[in-house]
Design a protein around this ligand. Structure first.
Ligand SMILES: Cc1cc2nc3c(=O)[nH]c(=O)nc-3n(C[C@H](O)[C@H](O)[C@H](O)COP(=O)(O)OP(=O)(O)OC[C@H]3O[C@@H](n4cnc5c(N)ncnc54)[C@H](O)[C@@H]3O)c2cc1C
Ligand code: SF4
Length: 494
């Protein structure tokens, strides 16, 4: 424990950010950094409590409490406090293949279960993580480290999101020859084409991919498994296969007027925008542009926030966000005690930017959408109504429209960001893998599916989740594959 009284002496300082009205002028994730001494001070707020919860990664009430990767948070906090940054980097990479991703985009369940947070502001764990990760790259501490020997086994990983990348990284370290198949033109899955540039610079993803390539991982892009190469071919050519294809089936809103032009799934919008930024629009999918438009985002989650931030940068005339749930409380409620994930109100970057531009959080809570209204086959508005939540006859929460509250709001671009239903079923079917009742791939604790030698990891197993869980899943699948191939000689443990 670096500084016994750190949490008493020093107030929390989170990651500094540029003012909203400045950062909306570009797509950069650039932000100011705390000086080294202040970072050490922040790390010194960790009290290395007897039983730390920040790295437990358990599920309480269905939500993560503590780091799902079991990151050794108190240990690297102590090392940062003592100025031993390279040691801290080694300790961080021990459990986390890609701290430069999680340090940028993780919602930090570790902080929700930090013991200092019981009676004050938690340690700024995520900020310290990304500072360690970036410093390691900047100082040249992260260098290719190929395995010393090869096992002679070949593994195919399908999908290059964080789950596929983590599985590939671990398996390559264990000496297996890994080939990653990706249908998109670039590696990274939602790290590349979902999460926008201002949250995660694409150079950061590219840099990691190049390192893995230098370590011996083989990447094949622009190949859809199941169409360009068959499941049978992969099973015949490889000793094991890992499916890490994500949960890409978007939830639709089948209300009257859905067929009108100008209504798009959030991912089509975000992917097109990232492609335009990366490739200058030289792409088959015409990007959707919000410039001068009245944009309504349906869905109040992270994907919706990314649509808000993107539409603002494109120059939207206005942005509104509709959320069916009630506004969360400002502080923890008795039914949501520490160390659970705090279900409290948060102003994320997109909403903060909208508030700076137009004076208020763009989210409108407890709102249902009744129908889309249009002219000349294009959407011009949405009929909405207020909603309240009650209990249905079966005791489960039931949404009720508040009579007399219907109104029409202007909209010439509508973005549907209401979550994802699960993985596309064609590929699991091609491999003969069973799905569970929710349509996700069924797999055991070793992530083996119902087909021997075929493993699964990430959102295609959990449903749409988080980068940190995807990395965890990839590590679990890699351990399962290694054990399947090597038996008692297995070297990987999560
Ligand atoms: C807009 C958006 C923003 C998000 N923001 C955050 C955030 O800020 N923080 C956070 O923690 N999480 C965030 N998430 C969730 C997070 O990105 C996912 O949980 C995570 O990427 C899942 O990783 P994965 O590897 O399982 O799948 P994915 O990242 O979805 O990758 C799956 C890959 O498989 C490929 N693939 C699919 N089928 C085939 C096939 N047949 N052949 C070849 N390739 C195939 C796909 O092209 C894709 O590249 C966000 C999600 C979205 C949609
Ligand atoms: S990966 Fe996420 S949960 Fe784990 S320590 Fe980092 S910010 Fe916290």
């Amino acid at each position: 424990m670096g500084k016994p009284t750190g949490f008493l002496d020093d107030a929390r300082r989170g990651m500094p950010s540029r003012p909203p009205l400045e950062r909306i002028r570009d797509w950069s994730e650039d932000h100011p950094h705390l000086p080294l001494l202040e970072l050490a001070e922040q790390a010194g707020r960790c009290m290395d409590c007897g039983v730390p919860f920040c790295h437990t990664g358990t599920l309480i009430s269905g939500m993560a409490s503590g780091c799902p990767l079991n990151n050794l948070v108190p240990e690297w906090n102590d090392l940062v406090y003592r100025g031993q940054w390279q040691e801290a980097s080694i300790r961080l990479h021990f459990t986390n293949n890609f701290p430069e991703f999680t340090g940028r985009v993780c919602p930090a369940p570790c902080e929700g279960s930090c013991t200092v947070g019981i009676s004050g502001d938690p340690v700024a764990i995520k900020m310290i993580e990304v500072e360690i990760a970036d410093r390691a790259w900047n100082e040249g501490w992260v260098t290719p480290s190929p395995p010393l020997t090869r096992t002679g086994f070949a593994v195919a990983v399908i999908g290059s999101g964080p789950a596929g990348l983590a599985a590939a990284d671990q398996l390559n370290r264990a000496g297996h020859q890994v080939t990653v198949f990706e249908r998109a033109g670039r590696i990274g899955g939602l790290l590349m084409y979902g999460i926008p540039n201002m949250k995660l610079d694409k150079g950061v993803v590219q840099r990691r991919t190049e390192l893995m390539e230098a370590e011996g991982v083989h990447f094949v892009t622009g190949v859809t498994v199941g169409a360009d190469v068959s499941a049978e071919r992969l099973v015949a050519d490889y000793d094991a296969v890992v499916l890490a294809t994500g949960a890409t089936l978007a939830r639709d809103l089948p209300i009257p007027g859905r067929e009108l032009g100008g209504i798009h799934f959030a991912m089509s919008y975000l992917r097109g925008n990232t492609r335009r930024l990366l490739d200058g629009g030289a792409d088959a999918e015409a990007p959707i542009d919000a410039v001068g438009k009245h944009v309504v985002v349906i869905g109040g989650g992270d994907t919706g926030t990314d649509c808000v931030g993107t539409a603002i940068r494109q120059g939207a005339a206005s942005v509104r966000q509709l959320e069916i749930l009630a506004r969360p409380p400002d502080a923890r409620q008795p039914g949501n005690p520490w160390p659970e994930w705090p279900k409290t109100y948060k102003l994320d970057y997109g909403q903060e930017e909208a508030a700076a531009l137009w004076g208020a959080d763009p989210r409108r809570y407890q709102t249902t959408t009744r129908r889309f209204i249009g002219r000349k086959e294009h959407v011009t508005g949405i009929e909405i109504a207020e909603a309240s939540w009650g209990k249905g006859a079966d005791g489960r929460p039931e949404l009720r429209e508040v009579p007399g509250t219907a109104q029409t709001i202007e909209a010439d671009l509508v973005l549907l960001a209401m979550g994802f239903l699960g993985p596309e079923p064609a590929l699991p079917r091609a491999f003969g893998c069973e799905l569970d009742a929710r349509g996700n791939l069924r797999s055991g604790p070793d992530r083996m599916t119902s087909v021997p030698g075929v493993f699964a990891a990430g959102d295609c197993v959990r449903g749409q989740s988080l980068v940190v869980w995807a990395i965890r899943e990839g590590r679990m699948a890699a351990e399962g594959v290694d054990r399947y191939l090597m038996g008692a000689e297995t070297v990987l443990t999560t």
